[in-house]
Write a protein that binds this ligand. Structure first.
Ligand code: ADP
Ligand code: MG
Ligand code: MG
Length: 252
């Protein structure tokens, strides 16, 4: 589904990603872990098409198409979804209209007509239950005045409504208390299927107690320096990032 080959990117002339390669197949959950500043959000942003990042090398294909060639909107229409580390408040845009517009766009791209109001509201109600989000929040402006946990759950509501092929969650767990964390994780677990894939970016192992990844990759200074299965996350939690660094310099 996603094939990243030697991706290199710079921001304002500074090299951030220094050659990332990663393959994600349908049905898989990959976790990307790494210390602050290692390039996790940069990777997420480049995949989503944020413009301030310059790709200086490498290729990314998504379902066989050249992802880097597509506008951010087309990436979303193709089924790529990014849940933000810091969801943006958009006063004046109601959450429900935002969801309806996004869903209509994605359906149109697939050649499907817009849902009727009745069907849309039914779908919304079902999905709100998945993320245990108060009904009143969909009638408010997008994220405006939402608590940290509500913003993150609202990101998962968008995910549930839009049913992307590939969902990237950028530190959705940071700042969440244990109940919100559990809700986010159970939302992801309900939505995962053989046809979609998840890239879960996290700084801590905690989330991975609830969402069990098939693969874990450690991003350090713009490179994936180690990959493994879920045990790698536990080892990392126990020994810290210095352990991987030391192992790396011993090998060099
Ligand atoms: P992480 O998400 O792993 O904490 P980021 O991808 O946010 O790391 O950042 C990686 C590095 O890129 C950091 O050194 C950060 O300061 C730098 N960086 C990210 N975005 C910008 C930007 N817009 N301008 C300048 N430097 C940036
Ligand atoms: Mg960070
Ligand atoms: Mg980040």
């Amino acid at each position: 589904m996603l094939n990243i080959n030697n991706l290199q990117t710079s921001v304002e002339g500074k090299e951030i990603l220094k050659g990332i390669s990663l393959q994600v197949n349908a049905g898989e959950i990959h976790a990307i872990m790494g210390p602050n500043g290692s390039g996790k959000s940069t990777l997420a942003s480049v995949l989503a098409g944020k413009e301030s990042y310059e790709v200086t090398g490498g290729e990314v294909s998504f379902d066989g198409k050249d992802l880097l060639d597509m506008s951010p909107e087309d990436r979303a229409r193709e089924g790529l979804f990014l849940a933000f580390q810091y969801p943006v408040e958009i006063p004046g845009v109601s959450n429900i209209n935002f969801l309806k517009t996004a869903l209509t766009e994605i359906r149109a791209y697939k050649g499907l007509p817009p849902l009727s109001s009745k069907d849309f509201l039914k779908l919304l109600k079902d999905k709100q239950e998945v993320v245990e989000l108060k009904a009143s929040l969909v009638n408010r402006s997008l994220n405006e005045g939402f608590s940290g946990g509500e913003k993150k759950r609202n990101e998962i509501l968008q995910l549930a409504m839009l049913e992307p092929k590939l969902a990237i969650l950028d530190e959705t767990d940071s700042g969440l208390d244990i109940d919100a964390l559990r809700v986010v994780a159970s939302g992801v677990n309900k939505l995962r299927s053989e046809n979609n894939a998840f890239l879960i970016i996290t700084h801590y192992q905690r989330l991975l107690d609830y969402i069990v990844p098939d693969f874990v990759h450690i991003l350090y200074d713009g490179r994936i320096i180690k990959s493994g299965t879920k045990e790698l996350a536990l080892e990392l939690e126990e020994k810290g990032y210095d352990w991987v660094k030391d192992e790396l310099s011993a090998a060099a």
